[in-house]
Design a protein around this ligand. Structure first.
Ligand SMILES: [Zn+2]
Length: 202
């Protein structure tokens, strides 16, 4: 589990939206079979709709989302389906600022009160990330979020042998992105199987 602060990495800015692959022609074209180019594993937050924020359309992204991008067996299986069965070369872990689940995990550690129902299960899966951030001296919300995204990337590769082997073989990369709700920019906070430090993405 990486607890070190991120190296200076590229910030990704989006150009004007083009809304590609969203018409009836595309719909008919891909009906026989899908071949998405990326798996997006992101937070369920309503402001983080993957195809909209990345300006993609039908058949482009294989999307798996849970609140706080926490994972269990079905989530891991879904990501493996996209990465292995559908042969997607890229897995994006997509977190965002002002994430309610990350905030709830911080609050639960502060006041010792766990959320009710199954929300507790979600929040408790974020707790290790918050504790790791604190242990590394990271207390700012952005720092805690970045740590949770890095932790998610590492946990994904630790839990999924299929994905780890694909990264090891150079057939896939896993990248952690921190998305800013207000301006739509994203910053890379983790990259496995891909060296993004040399290139400035735009
Ligand atoms: Zn969130």
């Amino acid at each position: 589990m990486s607890a070190t602060p991120a190296r200076p990495l590229p910030r990704i800015h989006q150009p004007a939206p083009e809304h590609p692959n969203q018409d009836a022609t595309r719909r008919a074209e891909i009906a026989p079979g899908q071949r998405p180019f990326a798996v997006v594993f992101g937070c369920s937050d309503s402001r983080l709709a993957a195809e909209i924020i990345f300006d993609r359309g039908l058949g482009d992204l294989f999307v798996v989302r849970t609140a706080g991008h926490v994972m269990g067996a079905e989530v891991l299986g879904s990501i493996e389906y996209g990465a292995d069965v559908l042969d997607c070369p890229l897995v994006l872990v997509l977190g965002h600022d002002s994430c309610g689940v990350v905030g709830a995990a911080c609050a639960a550690l502060e006041d010792g009160i766990a959320p009710a129902g199954y929300v507790r299960d979600v929040v408790e899966r974020v707790t290790p990330s918050v504790l790791a951030a604190r242990a590394a001296g990271l207390f700012e919300p952005d720092e805690i979020l970045a740590e949770h995204i890095r932790h998610t990337v590492d946990l994904l590769l630790d839990r999924s042998r299929v994905l780890a082997e694909r990264v090891e073989a150079g057939r896939a990369a896993v990248v952690g992105l921190c998305y800013r709700l207000a301006d739509g920019s994203a910053q890379v906070v983790a990259a496995r199987g891909l060296d993004l430090t040399a290139n400035s993405a735009t």
